[in-house]
Write a protein that binds this ligand. Structure first.
Ligand code: MRU
Length: 347
């Protein structure tokens, strides 16, 4: 089994997601600046995986912090946290994980610097372990909505590669239903421009021996009209308090199509992806990425004329009225209204 992210004591080991599925390569990132750059360059991607990796990056920053006095330690540590936070703006798991590391350090403020470093390492490992357990629970909760014979369309990659590992979120629900003996098949949108569906979701599902068919993004409507899709499940990078959900660009299009064809559309995400501070999805910051992701295929083959104007938002927001239910480790919000989202938080 591959490992998405691994703590190696003095390095964070990441699978090179930009090289999959042609090469399965791992790199040890030995300082927090390298970790920040790996998140920014999408060596590691997917909201929970970004959070876990950033927490490990913070633990690495603390370990390598040379300051002997508290003031110096905290100043340097905060600078590292802010560097990690500046990598990707939409996935709220990044800010959630970094903040856990910040609070962990502050709670030990009176202790010797060496003790604070140990506590931070333990906290990063706890975030990692918790993510694995949360995804399994989410899979169990979500598997209920899948029936024997379902064909599920998914967009982007919300699997083990997008989390600490093993199950994942949307793909975790599918894997769990499959393990329960239900006959489930999957359709993956290729997910332009970074091709997470074509490269990563296909790879993961084939490893699990779950039947998978790859389509281009523009084929989803046709497949739905032909009755080839019975459910849609996607992940999310940030969900507002009313259940509006940001996910990979193109998700909104899939949700509109699912609605037109009366196909249930679910979002699976951990509670750490819900930003209860934001009342609705228009407040979610949307990352815009480099034009060359659109003009070139995987940074290699140029497909558009030099000098073309490009718009490259990495995410879009699906309003709650297009979402049948939000699946988390705590249960499901069906439908995902402000009231039901609040109830799920308190449960
Ligand atoms: O740009 P990416 O690849 O980080 O975007 C990832 C997604 O949009 C995923 O669907 C989302 O993070 C959920 S991952 C469990």
């Amino acid at each position: 089994m591959f490992k998405t992210v691994e703590w190696k004591g003095s390095a964070v080991r990441l699978i090179e997601q930009g090289k999959l599925p042609l090469k399965e390569e791992y790199t040890d990132y030995t300082d927090y600046k390298q970790v920040a750059s790996a998140i920014e360059r999408m060596v590691v991607r997917g909201a929970p995986a970004i959070g876990v990796t950033a927490a490990m990056g913070a633990a690495l920053a603390a370990k390598q912090n040379k300051a002997e006095d508290h003031e110096g330690f905290f100043k340097e540590f905060e600078h590292a946290l802010q560097t990690l936070e500046a990598t990707r703006p939409t996935a709220v798991n990044l800010f959630w994980a970094i903040n856990r590391m910040r609070v962990c350090a502050q709670e030990s403020r009176g202790k010797p610097v060496g003790v604070i470093k140990d506590k931070l390492e333990k906290e990063a490992l706890l975030i990692y372990e918790e993510d694995l357990a949360i995804n399994q629970k989410m899979g169990e909760n979500g598997a209920e909505v899948l029936e024997d014979g379902d064909t599920v369309l998914t967009h982007c990659n919300a699997g083990a590669l997008a989390t600490a590992g093993n199950y994942g979120t949307a793909l975790g629900v599918i894997k769990m239903a499959h393990q329960q003996g239900k006959k489930i098949s999957v359709f993956a949108d290729e997910t332009r421009p970074w091709l997470q569906g074509a490269r990563l979701t296909t790879w993961e599902m084939m490893k699990e021996e779950i039947p998978i068919t790859l389509i281009t993004d523009s084929m989803a409507g046709h497949c739905m009209k032909k009755g080839m899709i019975t459910k849609v499940i996607v992940g999310s990078d940030r969900i507002a308090a009313n259940g509006d959900a940001a996910n990979k660009i193109g998700t909104y299009t899939v949700a509109v199509l699912a609605n037109r064809h009366n196909i249930p559309f679910y979002v699976a995400a951990p509670m750490s992806t819900i930003d209860y501070e934001l009342s609705h999805g228009d407040l979610i910051p949307i990352e815009e990425r480099n034009y060359n992701e659109v003009t070139h295929i995987m940074g290699q083959q140029q497909i558009a004329p030099d000098g073309i104007s490009v718009f490259n938002p990495a995410f879009d927001v699906t309003p709650n009225n297009l979402i049948t239910g939000i699946i988390t480790e705590k249960g499901m919000a069906i439908p995902p209204s402000t009231e039901n989202m609040a109830k799920m938080r308190e449960s």
